[in-house]
Design a protein around this ligand. Sequence first.
Ligand SMILES: Cc1cc2nc3c(=O)[nH]c(=O)nc-3n(C[C@H](O)[C@H](O)[C@H](O)COP(=O)(O)OP(=O)(O)OC[C@H]3O[C@@H](n4cnc5c(N)ncnc54)[C@H](O)[C@@H]3O)c2cc1C
Ligand SMILES: *[C@@H]1O[C@H](CO)[C@@H](O)[C@H](O)[C@H]1NC(C)=O
Ligand SMILES: *[C@@H]1O[C@H](CO)[C@@H](O)[C@H](O)[C@H]1NC(C)=O
Ligand SMILES: *[C@@H]1O[C@H](CO)[C@@H](O)[C@H](O)[C@H]1NC(C)=O
Ligand SMILES: *[C@@H]1O[C@H](CO)[C@@H](O)[C@H](O)[C@H]1NC(C)=O
Ligand SMILES: *[C@@H]1O[C@H](CO)[C@@H](O)[C@H](O)[C@H]1NC(C)=O
Length: 628
Amino acid sequence: MHLVRCSIGLLLLAWSANAIVYKTFGALPQISFDYVIVGAGTAGNVLANRLTENSAVNVLVIEAGPSDEDVLPAIAPLLAPGLANSPYDWNYTTLPQEGMNNRIIPYNRGRLLGGSSSANYFVHQSGSSDDYDKLASITGDRGWSWTNMRRYVYEHENFVKPSHVENAEKRYVPEEHGNLGMLPISLPSNPVALDDLVISATRELSDKFPYNPDTSGGTNLLGIGWVQQSIANGTRSSSSTTYLRSANARPNLFILIETQALKLLPTGYSGVKPAFRGVLLSSENSTPGYVFATREVILSAGTIGTPQLLLLSGIGPQKDLERHGIRTIVDKPSVGRNFSDHVLVPYWYDTKGLDTLDDTFRQPALMQAAIGKWMDNRTGVIANGGVNQMGFFRFQPNSSIFDLTLDPASGPKAPHWQMLISNFWNSRYVPIPNEGRFITFCTTLISPVSRGIVELASSNPLDKPIIDPRYLTNDYDKQALRDAARTMRKFASAKVFSDYIISPAGGSAGETDEALDDHIQNTADMVFHAVGTSSMSPENANWGVVDSTLRVKGTDGLRVIDASVWPFVPSVHTQGPTYLVALRGADIILEEHKPKTWSDFLLYVRTTWSSCSSALWRLGGLDNRVEF
Ligand SMILES: Cc1cc2nc3c(=O)[nH]c(=O)nc-3n(C[C@H](O)[C@H](O)[C@H](O)COP(=O)(O)OP(=O)(O)OC[C@H]3O[C@@H](n4cnc5c(N)ncnc54)[C@H](O)[C@@H]3O)c2cc1C
Ligand SMILES: *[C@@H]1O[C@H](CO)[C@@H](O)[C@H](O)[C@H]1NC(C)=O
Ligand SMILES: *[C@@H]1O[C@H](CO)[C@@H](O)[C@H](O)[C@H]1NC(C)=O
Ligand SMILES: *[C@@H]1O[C@H](CO)[C@@H](O)[C@H](O)[C@H]1NC(C)=O
Ligand SMILES: *[C@@H]1O[C@H](CO)[C@@H](O)[C@H](O)[C@H]1NC(C)=O
Ligand SMILES: *[C@@H]1O[C@H](CO)[C@@H](O)[C@H](O)[C@H]1NC(C)=O
């Protein structure tokens, strides 16, 4: 990745020039805003955009990391893995994972404008209709059902039909997509020999591996089809390049970067509910200070950052908070619990194919040439993500796997597992052999039963939290990955591959349960899709963190809007479901804050003033100080 860093300076991509991006909170012209959003990530930037549409409302969005401007690996698709363990990453790691041979898994998260939408690997989907209907049924709020949520797909997407792909409309279903929305999305732009073979194999084996004309989800997620990507014209589409950039010129939007929120500040009571409308901040190289929200603080710090902030602020399981000497303000046993994520296992094959990416990754000169080509006109291998096709599958209803657990899928139309196909040696753990060309079929556990936890390591906000996903600690999850591997191999043995695939490589050929387990334990990785740590729950449940309007239960003036509110991991790659949750979240806020009568309006002025003035008053005598 040395190469990538050298090239950063060559790139000039202009942000629209109007933005005033503050780098230290001391430079802000005011300390009180209508809304304070913590985290300018995938969800946070959607909110920043929607809430500033009304020019009478001002919004501060705070981002711990730097700008994404001119950050080459955040712009050039195939270079995205170069963001891992860079200045744009949180560099988290998990505890040793018992289900993965006690390996420590690097848990990357974007730490720059756009958050993980600036760092992810581009697969873009909405989710299965069953995911949304299950969410509606859990929360008792029909607003989360697919019937209602589907309209946000059209608001969100700008599906760009690739001009150079013949019959592109056979690779997606145009009616399922928007083309007036914010986020440019498109199909893979770099054709490879494997493409035609995969599509032919879906015809040869149409019974078990049917072709899916559109992989975005909705009521038809099952089968194999073309990946849709948050890439257009060879360039990443993130929440920063879209939602944030298009709101940039608004004078009521304040963007504060390189500033970490350390904890929330209680600002008085609304009835018996403590209000949290203050945020303690620390900009790089300056002393901490506060900002306040007259209306709401919205946490969009993601599945790791959001529970960490709640816990640091005294909102969490009392016994854990006590251990760190943090006073419990709201006892919430579910904060940081029910972490759920997808797990992926690679199976490599030697191939006769000549156009795999292995040599590009092995040889700096080839990589430099590919980057040069991309610089010229945004084409070539760098313009694309790492996967052109993928598929989603269910286990047979009579499979003995369901003796281990009730069917964990979101519903009858939702998958149990996934297959991802790439034309290179794909693994973060097993280095590519020095010689040879490879393709990789990854199997992914889509409906996991194992649940993990995010908890504090200490009361210091600058310490990384403890992340223990407890991957593959459930028998169903282990069996599911063995069964998925066996089914995937039936696909790989389609006749159309006989002149292309030579044989399994890298010791991934084992067939017995023991051999499969061994391979899974030693090579499994996660797919960065964690959710659940600030889960929505039914109105009167004794578990969960937020209600169906995304307010933190038992508090006033505080919401969570990001991936962490999903009670279970959706059946797809999670950026799309995160965007859709944020779009509805914004609508919920806009609707609630519309003063409906004059007396509402006066009440609103009184309550926001009193919470703000009590906050200012408390500044003198904090009883819940942070130690450094
Ligand atoms: C490497 C990688 C690859 C992925 N690949 C895919 C993929 O191909 N397809 C897909 O759909 N999904 C993918 N995902 C997952 C997807 O990107 C996430 O589910 C989604 O972006 C989560 O959005 P979010 O808003 O919850 O969090 P984020 O987008 O991570 O935003 C959180 C933001 O808050 C900031 N923040 C956190 N704490 C603080 C604090 N205390 N103070 C100030 N700021 C703070 C962070 O820096 C970040 O900008 C991938 C993720 C990663 C990391
Ligand atoms: C992550 O690691 C990189 C490389 O060591 C470093 O530059 C960066 O500052 C680290 N990020 C954080 C948040 O510590
Ligand atoms: C892609 O590029 C074309 C031609 O340069 C341009 O007309 C189009 O607006 C671009 N689309 C996006 C989404 O950037
Ligand atoms: C985790 O979620 C389940 C519902 O899926 C719930 O019953 C359970 O109480 C939750 N656990 C915690 C600790 O929140
Ligand atoms: C991009 O440039 C290459 C030459 O480097 C050329 O062959 C190709 O047609 C160009 N593509 C587009 C879309 O302009
Ligand atoms: C399950 O049902 C399928 C047909 O739907 C049948 O082919 C298969 O043999 C059955 N398997 C078992 C274990 O009963």
